[in-house]
Design a binder for this molecule. Structure first.
Ligand code: ADP
Length: 270
């Protein structure tokens, strides 16, 4: 779409000419559209758990005496779960908006063995409880990559968290880091879980997209992979996946190797 600004010079009796400025407003319009879509999605997503919490509290308030102790406990547990969901949603929306508003991130040398070890420690108990084997394979003498430690940690946490969520007991989740090329290190997160249909494989990176009719759909916010994609782009990279329904899913990303001759800290502008 083009916005035409015409300026007529009518200060003199004879009109001498017409100045025309041409401005492309397509991108601006698209951004505004995306922004209002996002706000409308967020409001919708927030409203559902809020409505549920309010209904449970009202019922307890009005009919509490008529309920059995077990029913009361169930109501309270559900309200508690919905509050947790609301908290996750607000946290994810804040993470995403912080990522989008911060234009510059400082990248530095990151030894991937460290965030990977941290993720394993974080999820070890969760995996054990679910009866899933959580494994790591970090190649020996792997060079450091150019990265942002906390943001990479968030990428691995989201991907490993999803892998554990969508894998049944007896399955495996593996996080692997290895030299991929003279310039890049590849990190893979592979699971033997339920897999993702071909037709949903692109959509899962969209905000608020969740594959429908799945047991764990309501636990998620649908924002985890949007956050992953945004962070990976800030590392000059992309995130890919291969998946087969009933067999498993592997996500991977290639990170640039840190080079000493490059400034110790490089500012990355998007
Ligand atoms: P959520 O908070 O719902 O996990 P994500 O953006 O992280 O949001 O993921 C979007 C959807 O992609 C999930 O709801 C799930 O249906 C699907 N998905 C993501 N990772 C996996 C995986 N490892 N195995 C199967 N499905 C997955």
């Amino acid at each position: 779409r083009i916005l035409l600004n015409t300026v007529l010079d009518s200060s003199k009796e004879n009109v001498k000419g017409v100045a025309v400025t041409v401005q492309d407003i397509t991108r601006e319009a698209e951004l505004n559209e995306a922004k209002s879509q996002f706000i409308s999605n967020v409001s919708h997503e927030l409203r559902t758990p809020l409505f549920n919490i309010k209904s449970f509290i009202e019922t307890l308030h009005e009919y509490g005496d008529e309920l059995t102790e077990t029913e009361r406990q169930e109501f309270l547990e559900t309200a508690n779960r919905e509050t947790d969901r609301l908290t996750r949603l607000v946290n994810d929306v804040l993470d995403l908006s912080r990522l989008e508003s911060c234009k510059i991130y400082h990248l530095e040398a990151v030894d991937l063995a460290q965030p990977i070890e941290q993720i394993l420690r974080t999820y070890r108990l969760n995996a054990k409880d679910k009866g899933i084997e959580l494994l790591q394979e970090v190649e020996a003498d792997l060079p450091a990559v150019m990265g942002h430690y906390d943001l990479l940690l968030q990428v691995f946490a989201n991907l490993v968290g999803n892998a554990l969520k969508f894998t049944e007991a007896g399955g495996k989740v593996m996080i692997r880091a290895s030299l991929h090329s003279p310039e890049t290190v590849r990190v893979e997160i592979a699971d033997t879980g339920i897999g993702i249909d071909q037709e949903d494989q692109n959509a899962i990176f969209e905000r608020f997209f969740r594959v429908e009719n799945r047991v764990h759909t309501l636990e998620g916010t649908g924002l985890g992979l949007s956050i992953v994609r945004n962070i990976v782009q800030r590392h000059h990279s992309r995130v890919y996946l291969v998946s087969e329904v009933g067999v498993g899913t592997t996500f991977w990303l290639d990170l640039p190797i840190y080079q000493d001759e490059i400034a110790a800290i490089a500012a990355l502008k998007l």
